[in-house]
Design a protein around this ligand. Structure first.
Ligand code: C2E
Ligand code: MG
Ligand code: MG
Ligand code: MG
Length: 287
């Protein structure tokens, strides 16, 4: 009986599946063309020091302007690029674009602002990755440019041994690693010891309700304390309100990022703002 049901199920869902598969195939083909046709762009979102409001780092975030579909979210096309292996070529394009932008930015801002780049697990566990990064990539950046690779927590769980090898081989004075979207990926906390990671980026789902949800506050507090006791710094992403900013500052979070400070913008816009990004005047948290 179970078998029969299974068969009915698959029949019932077949048209939808092929539709989804067709869409996926199309996107994959168009993704291949997108780089050549100049449809990809990088935007940068400021990450600021929670205590001073100083611009510490810029996270590079890719954008795809599809000629017919308009803006396609990276949450939609990065998984397709990962499954098809296109992420390796796309990843190189991202690295090279960020390196070029970095030189541009220095002409106006000078040194001192870190660059954060999202790296997919497919890239991280690719057998050529450490070689590519150390031999080709780092030399494209200014010598004293500090870089952070952001790897999602879920990426570290799959293939965790290879991921750890790759991270531990690459991390250096110039290159640090951050765990992105921390707290939703169900990694065992003890596994954090295996990775030479210097920053925990707490997932924005913990931030959105933290000012009126006591258990989110408790979790935030625990994550920040745990990171600190392991010698890591913390970043809160998705800060949208002054109340959230003040709370995270009070909890001792080191770095903050979110629409309150700035949406992701072009490198030209960042350069035009100067060294001190016009963050809201920070009140010292009272409690
Ligand atoms: P992520 O690395 O966790 O990036 C944070 C996402 O949150 C970004 O979405 C950013 O625009 C958004 N965000 C920033 N501040 C706020 C806020 O205050 N409120 C809300 N609601 N959202 C905020 P985006 O740019 O759509 O990127 C989505 C995801 O796609 C990224 O998550 C990352 O996993 C992936 N991605 C983006 N660019 C790249 C890339 O160059 N390479 C790779 N491998 N993945 C990328
Ligand atoms: Mg990120
Ligand atoms: Mg994130
Ligand atoms: Mg994310």
């Amino acid at each position: 009986k179970a078998k029969l049901q299974g068969r009915n199920m698959s029949l019932e869902y077949a048209p939808e599946m092929t539709e989804a598969a067709r869409l996926r195939d199309n996107l994959e083909a168009e993704l291949r063309a997108a780089l050549l046709q100049d449809q990809m762009h990088m935007l940068y979102q400021p990450i600021v020091n929670a205590a001073t409001g100083k611009l510490e780092s810029l996270e590079a975030l890719i954008r795809w302007h599809h000629p017919k579909l308009g803006l396609v979210s990276p949450d939609k096309f990065i998984p397709i690029a990962e499954e098809s292996g296109l992420i390796l070529g796309l990843g190189q394009w991202i690295f090279e674009t960020v390196a070029r932008d970095c030189h541009l930015l220095r002409q106006t801002l000078g040194p001192g602002v870190r660059c954060s780049i999202n790296v997919s697990r497919v890239q991280l566990v690719d057998s050529n990755f450490s070689h590519y990064v150390s031999r080709n990539l780092l030399s494209r950046f200014p010598k004293d440019q500090q870089l952070t690779f952001e790897i999602t927590e879920s990426a570290l769980i799959r293939d965790s041994e290879r991921a750890a090898d790759s991270i531990n081989a690459l991390c250096s004075q110039q290159l640090a690693f951050a765990i992105d979207d921390f707290g939703v990926g169900y990694s065992s906390l003890s596994s954090l010891r295996e990775f030479k990671v210097s920053n925990l980026k707490i997932d924005k789902s913990f931030i959105s309700h933290c000012t009126h949800n006591a258990s989110d506050r408790t979790l935030l507090n625990a994550m920040i304390e745990m990171a600190h006791s392991l010698g890591m710094t913390t970043t809160a992403e998705g800060i949208e309100t002054e109340e959230q900013r003040a709370l995270l500052q009070e909890l001792g979070c080191d770095l903050l990022q979110g629409y309150l400070f700035s949406r992701p913008v072009t490198i030209e816009e960042i350069a035009a703002q100067g060294w001190f990004y016009p963050v809201k005047q920070l009140k010292v948290a009272t409690l």
